[in-house]
Write a protein that binds this ligand. Structure first.
Ligand code: FEO
Length: 388
C-alpha cells in the first residue's frame, strides 16, 4: 500500500475501512478511515495508529516510506482502539520509541495494553520538538474520551485534531476539496451528532484554544483532511457546540395499526402550517443515528409510539435510549404522542425519556384505537396552539 504525501515530508499512512457499518451503534453507511500520519524529521514521528484489524495496511504504508524500526516518536492523541489499536504492533518494530501523550493517555494506554513503553507526558501549552518542527499540545478531555488531545505544528500550520472535525467517510481521496463538499460536511454533522454532541461544552473550550492558531490544514483521524473548507467546518462546529437550532422539527415514530402514523402526519400538517422545516422518520426504516443527525439543529422533537404490552414499541425505546445518551443539553422542546387500545402507557414512557434528556415537554397526545376526523382536527389544533 502506498503512503500519500500531504505536505513536504508529511505522509498519510492510515487505513480505509470501506465495509464497516456499525461503529459502536452508529450506522456508518459510507464506512470510515483511520488516519495515521508520518513525519520525516530529525525524529521520525508517527501520529496515532489505526484499528488493529487494519494494522497490516498501515504498516505497509509506513514501510513505503521508511523502515518502521526507525520510528523515534509515536504521538497518541487518543486511546480509543480505533486510533491506538495498532500501537503494540508498531512498538514491536521500534521498542525504544518515545510515546508522547497526556497523563490520562498514559493511564489509558497502560490499562489497554499493559505496557512498559517510554512515555513523554505533555500538558496543554507544552511544546515538543521533533527537529525542524515543533508540536504544541492542547489537551481536549472528553472530545471524546478523557485522554483526547490535539496538537499544532506552527512551521506547517497544521492542526492534528484526532476525533474533532472527523467524518466516518471512507474514500481514497484525502482532502475535502477532492470529494463532494456537501458529503464531507454532512458526514461531519452526523459524526458530531453521534459522537461529539454530549461534549459540546468541552468543544467550546477546544475551539477557543485552537482559535489561537493560524491553521491551513486540519488533519483529522477520520475521513478527509480539511484544507479548503476550514472556515465552514469551524463555523459549523461553533453552531453545533452552541446548540444553535433552526425552525425545524423531527417527528420520529413507530406504528402498529397506523393510528400513531396518522397522528405523526397530523402533527406534520400542524408544523407545516407554521412554516417549519420537517423531517418525519419512521423508526422501522430509519436508523437512530440518522435521526440524531437531524435532531442536532431541530427546535422540536416529536416522538410517537403505540402501547404494546404496557410498553412503547421496541424501535422507539431503542431510539430514545440512544438519544438520551447523546441529548443536547438544553433548549429543545418535545411532543410525546401515541395510540393505545385499553392501557395508555407509551406516552408516559416517552415523556420520561424526554424529561431525562432535559427536554421541555410542551404537549402530550393520546389516541384510543382509531382517530375520527374530529380527533385528528383536535390533534392538529393542539399542536398549532403550542407553536403559536
Ligand atoms: Fe475515533 Fe473516539 O475514536
Amino acid at each position: 500500500m502506498k503512503a500519500k504525501e500531504i505536505a513536504p515530508d508529511i505522509y498519510w499512512v492510515g487505513a480505509i475501512d470501506s465495509q464497516i457499518r456499525n461503529f459502536h451503534g452508529y450506522l456508518t453507511q459510507k464506512g470510515t478511515t483511520y488516519n495515521a500520519y508520518l513525519i520525516i524529521d530529525e525524529k521520525i514521528t508517527l501520529i496515532d495508529t489505526v484499528k488493529d484489524t487494519h494494522t497490516d495496511e498501515m504498516m505497509s504504508r509506513i514501510s513505503d516510506i521508511i523502515d518502521p524500526s526507525k520510528i523515534d516518536v509515536i504521538i497518541c492523541n487518543h486511546v480509543e482502539p480505533d486510533h491506538s489499536g495498532s500501537m503494540p504492533a508498531v512498538l514491536k518494530h521500534c521498542p525504544n520509541a518515545t510515546v508522547v501523550t497526556g497523563p490520562t493517555g498514559e493511564k489509558g494506554l497502560n490499562m489497554h495494553y499493559n505496557n512498559n513503553w517510554n512515555y513523554h507526558i505533555v500538558k496543554s501549552g507544552d511544546t515538543y520538538s521533533i527537529g525542524k518542527r515543533s508540536c504544541q499540545f492542547v489537551l481536549t478531555p472528553m472530545v471524546h474520551w478523557p485522554d483526547n488531545m490535539v496538537f499544532y505544528i506552527p512551521e506547517e500550520k497544521i492542526l492534528f485534531s484526532n476525533d474533532s472535525f472527523g467524518q466516518h467517510y471512507a474514500t481514497p481521496q484525502r482532502f475535502d476539496d477532492e470529494v463532494v463538499k456537501d458529503f464531507a460536511l454532512f458526514e461531519a454533522k452526523k459524526y458530531y451528532a453521534n459522537i461529539v454532541l454530549p461534549y459540546s461544552g468541552q468543544v467550546k473550550k477546544e475551539l477557543e484554544a485552537v482559535s489561537e492558531f493560524d491553521i491551513s490544514m486540519i488533519c483529522t483521524s477520520h475521513g478527509v483532511i480539511w484544507r479548503s473548507y476550514i472556515p465552514e467546518i469551524i463555523e459549523l462546529y461553533k453552531e453545533w457546540a452552541h446548540n444553535v437550532t433552526q425552525k425545524k422539527v423531527v417527528i420520529a415514530y413507530d406504528t402498529m395499526w397506523k393510528t400513531t402514523e396518522k397522528m405523526a402526519r397530523t402533527i406534520y400538517e400542524a408544523f407545516d402550517e407554521k412554516g417549519y422545516d420537517i423531517k418525519i422518520m419512521d423508526l422501522q426504516v430509519n436508523h437512530e443515528s440518522d435521526v440524531m443527525t437531524e435532531i442536532i439543529d431541530a427546535e422540536y422533537i416529536c416522538v410517537g409510539s403505540p402501547t404494546l404490552n404496557s410498553e412503547m414499541m421496541a424501535n422507539v425505546a431503542k431510539f430514545l435510549t440512544y438519544m438520551r445518551g447523546l441529548a443536547p443539553k438544553d433548549g429543545r422542546k418535545a411532543i410525546a404522542f401515541g395510540s393505545y387500545g385499553w392501557n395508555a402507557k407509551s406516552v408516559p414512557h416517552i415523556e420520561q425519556y424526554f424529561k431525562d434528556s432535559n427536554f421541555d415537554v410542551v404537549l402530550s397526545l393520546n389516541q384510543q384505537y382509531r382517530p375520527t376526523e374530529e380527533d385528528l382536527e383536535s390533534i392538529k389544533a393542539q399542536t398549532i396552539n403550542v407553536l403559536s
